[in-house]
Design a protein around this ligand. Structure first.
Ligand SMILES: Nc1nc2c(ncn2[C@@H]2O[C@H](COP(=O)(O)OP(=O)(O)OP(=O)(O)O)[C@@H](O)[C@H]2O)c(=O)[nH]1
Ligand SMILES: [Mg+2]
Length: 384
């Protein structure tokens, strides 16, 4: 599972990335700060089943805080994209190839309207952020169209009996399944002269969600409302607020769980630090209910992709593995994943020797085709 950050220069992509991954890649108030991509691990947040059995969990990956489980997903931050990138403007659009494997694109928009299309500073409100949404979609389409053109160029030289397969397989590199590509092929026919339609069809499988960023700066709150009227999945964010809160939590001066609606000061602070945190509370948390960073990641994984978290255990009564670790694993699986898919995700051998699965809550035995639900705790019974 990989999420990709896109947007014009200076919209706050790397700040969002740093907040989400707790890294410290370079950020700056001028365009094209990022050139080489930043890759890191962030986490989706889910209620941890350990609260149901009253025992602390022992996660092998990710972590758990106050009954909230954080499950790792990859996130990648790339250079800024400007209008005309597909014609070579700015840094061009070649670097988008680093996002080929991303399941969802997170468009980080400067909702405060304080930078032009190239990311140069303006007075807040001078730029309409909806224009950024429009041009970015165009640039992403142009990029995909380029991939379609290349794919067809290759496939058209291939003998007829292998042509379709070659074409369809080319798009798996874009995270598109052969079935999805075949559907497009059946609907549209070969891409010759239809590269644009193909690109639009492919974009359906590469959804874009909008992080309406810099909500702490007026007139971002008004702009967010306008964006939400126009587009689906618009989430108000302040990357810098989330970054600050996570730093303060790491330093032990505040109690804050990523995604929470508030924080609590527990350490010694200078008056300036206190003021900074109060600013975040007043400008971000109170009006919007959170900094939005965690909400963007959860929306991408659970709402847009409809993935689910499933917890495999060895002991369906104690919810442990062989060594007694409580709920050690949490797997993110696609919407249609079955008990057998979970078995394969645990280990190929377990998948091959699958006998049955047991729902650890109801103790009911289910077969390989049983479709799992979000939050399921499952024991896999496998042969030797
Ligand atoms: N007020 C405010 N400023 C922010 C926020 N997020 C980022 N910034 C500022 O915006 C500027 C640009 O941030 P970056 O994270 O470097 O932006 P970027 O999109 O990665 O930029 P490029 O790498 O140049 O494409 C920096 O000065 C950040 O501090 C936010 O939520 N609120
Ligand atoms: Mg950057």
């Amino acid at each position: 599972m990989q999420l990709g950050l896109v947007g014009k220069p200076s919209s706050g992509k790397t700040t969002f990335f740093n907040a989400a991954t707790e890294q410290s890649a370079k950020t700056a108030p001028y365009p094209f700060t990022t050139i080489e991509p930043n890759v890191g691990v962030t986490w989706v947040r889910a209620k941890c089943p350990h609260v149901e059995i009253g025992k602390e969990c022992n996660p092998k990956h990710g972590f758990c805080m106050a009954g909230e489980r954080f499950i790792p997903v990859e996130i990648i931050d790339v250079a800024g994209l400007v209008p005309g990138a597909h014609e070579g403007r700015g840094l061009g659009n070649k670097f988008l190839d680093d996002l080929r494997q991303a399941h969802v694109l997170i468009h980080v928009v400067d909702a405060s309207g304080s930078s032009d299309a190239e990311g140069n500073a303006l007075k807040p409100g001078e730029r309409d952020p909806a224009e950024d949404v429009e041009f970015l979609r165009e640039e992403i389409l142009a990029w995909i169209q380029g991939i379609v053109a290349k794919a067809w160029d290759k496939a058209k030289r291939i003998p007829n009996d292998k042509k379709d397969q070659t074409l369809v397989e080319h798009f798996t590199g874009l995270g598109i399944t052969p079935d999805q590509a075949e559907d497009i092929l059946n609907k549209l026919g070969y891409p010759e002269g239809k590269e644009r339609e193909w690109a639009e069809a492919l974009l359906q499988f590469k959804p874009i969600i909008i992080a309406a960023n810099k909500v702490d700066v007026d007139p971002a709150p008004d702009n967010v409302k306008e964006l939400q009227k126009k587009y689906k999945h618009v989430i108000p964010t302040s990357g810098i607020a989330e970054y600050t809160l996570r730093k303060a939590a790491k330093a032990g001066v505040v109690k804050y769980i990523p995604g929470d609606a508030d924080f609590e000061i527990i350490g010694k602070l200078t008056p300036q630090q206190r003021e900074g945190l109060e600013y975040i509370r007043e400008r971000v948390l109170e009006p919007f209910g959170s900094t939005g960073v965690q909400q963007v990641i959860n929306t991408a994984v659970f709402d847009v992709l409809s993935y689910k978290v499933v917890y495999p255990v060895e002991d369906e009564n104690k919810w442990t593995d062989k060594k007694g670790n409580v709920l050690p694993d949490a797997f993110l699986l696609p919407p249609d994943a079955t008990a057998l898919d979970l078995a394969y995700a645990v280990h190929t051998d377990i998948g091959k020797k699958f006998i049955a699965a047991i729902d650890a809550r109801t103790k009911k035995r289910v077969g390989k085709d049983h479709v799992l639900r979000n939050g399921d705790v499952i024991k896999i019974v496998a042969g030797r």
